[in-house]
Ligand binder design. Structure first.
Ligand code: UT7
Length: 319
């Protein structure tokens, strides 16, 4: 049996830190409101020259270094993003070129905040199916560029960044992606969307969200896919070493973990210093927990996310 085994993880963040207090004077808000309602204290905002491709490239280089493998050995790049550099070509192809890779293939996946879970499971299928041997799975976003900076209900929530994993197809390994569960339901489209696009307005558009409506569905949807991914692998929350959720809101993370009976000490939380980085949030959190020694080889790790579409999904990995 072939498994997609994680060889390394890496991350990249824009240089500029924007703290909650920096919003005072921009919109009518306060550090206290943002911190209490979301758990966010600061986020990174891309500056001139920092793009989804440049951040994705930097995260990919960090993951390759962590894995100890050369870019030339990569034959698949799957990039999860809703903020590509251009409408086309895929930003994954630009990252492929920036990394100096001239073989294999690269493409983008668009599932908003669930993008990384979709990208991971997609790469897993290519690796297990023998279409590729070594993959980069990247989540990279510059949501600051699609925010309405006059709308306090959304602009305080998001940040920019990128995270990446290197995966390799290995025969007979106990490690790797063990199971996954993906869902989507387009009937919720209007609750979280961008009000523009190439085929409608001909503009990029801005993010619009009915936050309370998203919140209402989030915990139940997350719990459903996590339970399903555990069941498919014959595992339970008691077996888990690390829960690495999408980082949208600390209250959603805590309520999901409580419902799933996951020990709070096993949760990786980065929302306080990253904000919601959409498809980048899970790989950023994974890379941070690998770098500081929390996630170790052999650990059982559950990742999950929920977002625009709605889309939601979870994947269980033996690290
Ligand atoms: O990653 C994709 C998935 N996205 C999410 O998971 C986001 C899910 N939603 C959330 O995280 C939360 O719903 C929010 C953080 C967006 C909002 O928290 P909430 O507790 O649901 O607050 P609310 O929307 O019910 O708003 C409460 C009040 C409102 O005032 P009124 O109507 O009670 O007078 C808002 O106008 O807070 C007001 N408000 C603000 N006040 C200060 C909204 N945004 C702000 C703000 N500063 N930035």
């Amino acid at each position: 049996m072939i498994r997609s085994v994680v060889l390394g993880a890496g991350a990249a963040l824009p240089a500029r830190i924007m703290r909650n207090a920096d919003f005072e004077g921009v919109v009518e808000t306060s550090d206290e409101w943002i911190a209490q309602r979301t758990g966010i204290r600061e986020r990174r905002i891309a500056g001139e020259g920092e793009t989804t491709a440049s951040l994705g490239e930097a995260a990919a280089r960090a993951a390759l270094a962590n894995a100890g493998v050369d870019a030339s050995s990569i034959d698949l790049i799957v990039l999860a993003t809703s903020t590509p550099n251009n409408t086309f070509p895929a930003t994954a192809v630009e990252i492929q070129q920036r990394l100096g890779i001239s073989s294999g293939f690269a493409f983008d996946i668009q599932a908003v905040c669930t993008g990384f879970v979709y990208a991971l499971t997609t790469a897993d299928l290519y690796l297990r199916g023998g279409q590729a041997k070594r993959a980069l799975v990247i989540g990279a976003e510059t949501f600051s560029r699609i925010l309405d900076w006059t709308d306090r209900t959304t602009c305080v929530l998001f940040g920019d960044g990128a995270g990446a994993l290197v995966l390799e197809a290995q025969e007979g390994s106990e490690r790797g992606v063990l199971s996954a569960s993906l869902r989507s339901d387009g009937s919720h489209k209007h609750k979280l969307y961008v009000d523009g696009g190439p085929s409608t307005t001909g503009t990029v558009g801005m993010l619009r969200m009915e936050g309370r409506e998203v919140f209402k569905h989030a915990v139940g949807m997350i719990a459903d896919v996590v339970v399903d991914a555990f069941a498919k692998a014959g595992k339970t929350a008691a077996d888990l070493d690390w829960f690495v959720p999408h980082q949208a809101n600390k209250r959603i993370i805590d309520a999901s973990a409580k419902k799933l009976e996951i020990d709070p000490a096993k949760i990786v939380v980065t929302v306080d210093h990253h904000g919601n980085t959409s498809a980048a949030s899970v790989p950023l959190a994974l890379a941070e927990a690998v770098a500081d020694g929390r996630i170790k080889r052999g650990d059982l790790v559950m990742v999950e996310a929920m977002g625009g579409g709605f889309t939601w999904g979870a994947a269980l990995l033996r690290w």
